[in-house]
Design a protein around this ligand. Structure first.
Ligand code: GLA
Length: 372
């Protein structure tokens, strides 16, 4: 397959950042993500057969399967595509016909910027258009999430897929993951910029521990809702109420619940800080979020902790924290624009000395959601 072949349509599907509100989406909380200008490009054409052929330029690899055989593959990236087609079939049987797909990407893989949701939502949007299937955005978001749960095995929340589909240029999305209501918040950080620092590590705990955390939150909620049966999600529980359960929950489960409850509040405080242009407070909330993710929720790792701790040396950095599921990937940093280059130079050397790994900085521009 060649990128110069002619295709029926081209889809650009972005990655995402999350400013704050981590591990709260599957707890009915508020998140503050945005789509970014780094994207996966998918080119699609009908091939008038019963099979699909998908080529990925980045890994120079191709696979072909028959549409009557949508079984889980042993190769992970195939499953994103197979899973999406499987779930489109559940909603709209026999609407997906044979197609060829050429994939190219400038989105770093496995770095916590959600290349997986970009691929799932990109292919779902594209097939919806190519075969005139008539899926709504919310159906696309949910079926992409289902594909991730079943075919990939991560019991993720809705944040990534929602952001990839609904992202808006220069805006954060304040998404209520309980109701799926959202508002867009215009971003203008003045002299400050958001920069990602990619640790270039991706510890294989990510999927298994993610699902364990989700289970731990459910355990906490069982005990809490036995007393407060009007509360459905951990994010409905205020920190003071969580504290009532200190002796009824194990220390670990208590810490998980306290983190989630406080993190949800931090998202709302961050929005207020942005709206009154109080970047100092916003930065402090980012640091608090990291502390909770690392100490109470335990989804950070040495490399992420090192970068966040190092950033505290500089007044020009207002805040930093790990971003996404954890156990590797990127930190997100709020840095004065004149200091970005200096920081990158200095922190890259320190990081290499500590871990013998090269750090990759990623400048962030907030972009639109998936486009055809
Ligand atoms: C991953 C998941 C999201 C969310 C984040 C943590 O990116 O896909 O649903 O839970 O981790 O906030």
């Amino acid at each position: 397959m060649n990128k110069n072949d002619s295709y029926d349509l081209v889809i650009k599907s972005p990655g995402r950042i999350n400013l704050i509100g981590e591990h709260v989406d599957y707890n009915g909380g508020h998140v503050l993500p945005a789509a970014i200008d780094k994207k996966i490009t998918l080119k699609l054409k009908k091939n008038n057969s019963t099979h699909i052929t998908v080529y990925s330029k980045n890994i120079d690899s191709e696979f072909t399967i028959d549409l009557s055989n949508l079984n889980r593959s042993s190769i992970e990236w195939h499953n994103y595509i197979i899973g999406v087609i499987y779930y489109i079939n559940v909603l709209k049987p026999n609407t997906v016909k044979g197609f060829d797909c050429y994939i190219d990407s400038n989105l770093p893989l496995g770095s916590g910027v959600s290349s997986s949701a970009a691929l799932e939502c990109g292919i779902a949007k594209g097939l919806n258009e190519l075969f005139n299937i008539g899926l709504t955005d919310l159906e696309i978001i949910n079926l992409s999430k289902d594909a991730e749960h079943t075919m990939v095995g991560t019991k993720c929340g809705i944040m990534d897929q929602f952001t990839v589909v609904k992202g808006k240029k220069d805006h954060l999305l304040l998404l209520n993951c309980k109701t799926n209501d959202y508002e867009t918040i215009k971003v203008n950080f003045g002299d400050y910029k958001l920069v990602l620092l990619n640790t270039n590590v991706s510890h294989n705990l990510a999927t298994s521990e993610y699902n364990v955390r989700r289970g731990e939150c459910e355990t906490a909620m069982k005990t809490i809702s036995a007393k407060y049966n009007d509360l459905q999600y951990l994010c409905d529980v205020k920190p003071d109420v969580v504290k009532e359960f200190k002796n009824l929950l194990s220390e670990k489960i208590y810490n998980r619940a306290l983190f989630v409850s406080k993190e949800n509040q931090r998202t709302l405080k961050a929005v207020e800080a942005i709206q009154r242009n109080d970047l100092q407070t916003l930065g402090a909330l980012l640091y608090k979020s990291h502390e909770g993710l690392s100490k109470l929720y335990e989804v950070s790792c040495t490399e992420l902790d090192f970068l966040v701790e190092y950033s505290k040396k500089f007044d020009q950095i207002l805040g930093a924290r790990m971003m996404g599921g954890g156990f590797g990937g990127c930190t997100i940093n709020l840095i004065h624009k004149d200091f970005v280059e200096n920081l990158i130079e200095e922190i890259s050397i320190a990081y290499r000395n500590e871990f013998s790994i090269d750090l990759t900085p990623i400048a962030i521009h907030i972009g639109d959601g998936v486009k055809i």
